[in-house]
Design a protein around this ligand. Structure first.
Ligand code: ATP
Ligand code: MG
Length: 414
């Protein structure tokens, strides 16, 4: 007989369960709680968009657009792409929905994102991000607000050891043009010593050479001219306002003048929270200001700033969360008590107590099984709906035990 081939999980995707799921949920719950503290509105956007939304926002020469997108033609012949990030889709939504009327908007979202990359620890093809954006605010105070939010999120997750906020400015358009010219001159002088990838970058996206990981590029990138000499007065003042704000709010940061970020749309502030605990996958949260993005998509000129963090990378850094514990475990010690059990279970749950029933297997062994589950309260039912047939025992939940006793009185009186 032919063996049926069992289905496989697609490379780079994950089935998240057990301890891993609890970590994942802790990150998302904490993000939800903290974004409320900062009054960011929750937003949901599509998982796929017209390919142009990402290609035009992120830049055709960026790694994501040129190598990592999941792009396909749908049945109607349109080119669609599974979102590789949130920012471009949010910018698209802002334009299509006419959200200028609500600006400035503080938005938060989370969910799966897709990139065709080589899977390894902390790097997947379907992964998850939490994302925060402020659209329609040109002031450095918005950058500060987002960075303080990020900092508090990491602290509330208990991720404090070995994480640093690296901060840079990419200046305004004038700064960027002048710096770019200087960079090109520098790299041209060393063209032959650059890696093949960086020789291509030199023609298309020379700033990207600065964050190349290739050892051949490093000395040339490290000796490249700094942006500081090219900062306009305005750009320098903007950056100072951001760093002053962070200092005032007590957020630690360090300057990394080599930090450029891979996408075309960044202006002024660029930042990454980096850890030494995840090997090569050390960036846990990253973002910056993207004042030109919405205009370049054909919308009204609108400033914006935002960040995204990898849920899986954050989940790897937190302490193992405690397993969920039921409030009540209900043991049916005689099969004739089963229907009383159903009634009791419903009553507990309707009154906000989580409850589980043990009613299978040898009746004599059920109580021992229940003890092992370690709920806050154990309830056992031996026969008819009579209080003499129902006993309760508090394990860790004294308060829950009181509530259970009251509910059982209601059950037998009914
Ligand atoms: P990296 O340099 O690690 O590729 P990136 O600069 O491409 O990261 P961003 O586009 O800034 O990443 O995305 C924001 C965050 O999403 C990253 O800081 C990281 O935590 C997470 N992330 C990015 N790519 C992946 C991936 N393939 N798998 C898991 N998490 C990822
Ligand atoms: Mg990447």
């Amino acid at each position: 007989m032919a063996r049926i081939e069992t289905p496989k999980r697609i490379r780079g995707t994950q089935d998240i369960f057990g301890d891993e799921q609890r970590r994942f949920a802790t990150v998302l719950d904490t993000f939800e709680r903290v974004r409320r503290l900062y009054c960011f509105q929750r937003l949901e956007i599509p998982i796929f968009e017209a390919t142009g939304v990402f290609a035009r926002s992120m830049g055709e020469t960026s790694d994501v657009v040129s190598k990592e997108m999941y792009t396909f033609e749908d049945r109607g012949g349109d080119s669609l792409t599974l979102r590789p990030e949130f920012t471009a889709g949010i910018a698209r939504a802002y334009i299509t929905e006419g959200w200028q009327q609500y600006a400035p908007l503080k938005l938060a979202t989370s969910g799966p994102v897709f990139r065709y990359e080589r899977p390894q620890k902390g790097r997947f093809r379907q992964f998850h991000q939490v994302d925060a954006e402020i659209i329609g605010a040109a002031e450095p105070a918005a950058d500060v607000e987002l960075l303080v939010l990020a900092d508090q999120l990491l602290k509330e997750l208990g991720i404090t050891e070995g994480v640093t906020l690296q901060l840079n400015t990419l200046g305004d358009a004038e700064t960027r043009d002048a710096w770019r010219t200087a960079l090109v001159a520098h790299f041209e002088a060393h063209r032959d010593a650059l890696s093949e990838d960086s020789q291509v970058r030199l023609d298309k996206n020379p700033m990207r050479i600065l964050d190349s990981k290739d050892p051949r590029d490093r000395p040339i990138a490290d000796s490249a001219p700094d942006i500081d000499a090219y900062l306009t007065e305005e750009a320098a003042a903007f950056f100072k306002a951001v760093t002053d704000g962070l200092d005032a709010a007590g957020v630690q940061w360090t300057r990394n003048s080599r930090l450029v970020r891979g996408l075309d749309y960044y202006r002024h502030t660029a930042f990454e929270f980096v850890t030494d605990r995840l090997g090569a996958q050390g960036t846990v949260l990253a973002g910056g200001r993207y004042d030109g993005l919405i205009g370049s998509l054909g919308g009204p000129e609108t400033p914006g700033v935002g960040w995204a963090a990898g849920v899986e990378r954050l989940a790897m850094l937190i302490e193992e969360p405690a397993a969920e514990q039921a409030d009540v475990i209900l043991v049916i010690e005689e099969d004739s008590a089963l229907n009383t059990g159903f009634r009791a279970l419903k009553l507990f749950r309707e009154n906000g107590l989580s409850a589980e029933m043990i009613a299978s297997g040898s009746p004599r062994k059920r109580y021992d099984k229940a003890v092992k589950v370690r709920a806050k309260v154990i309830v056992s039912i031996r026969g008819d709906e009579d209080s003499s047939n129902i006993s309760t025992r508090a394990d860790t939940g004294v308060q829950e035990h009181e509530q259970v006793k009251e509910l059982i009185l209601r059950l037998v009186d009914a």
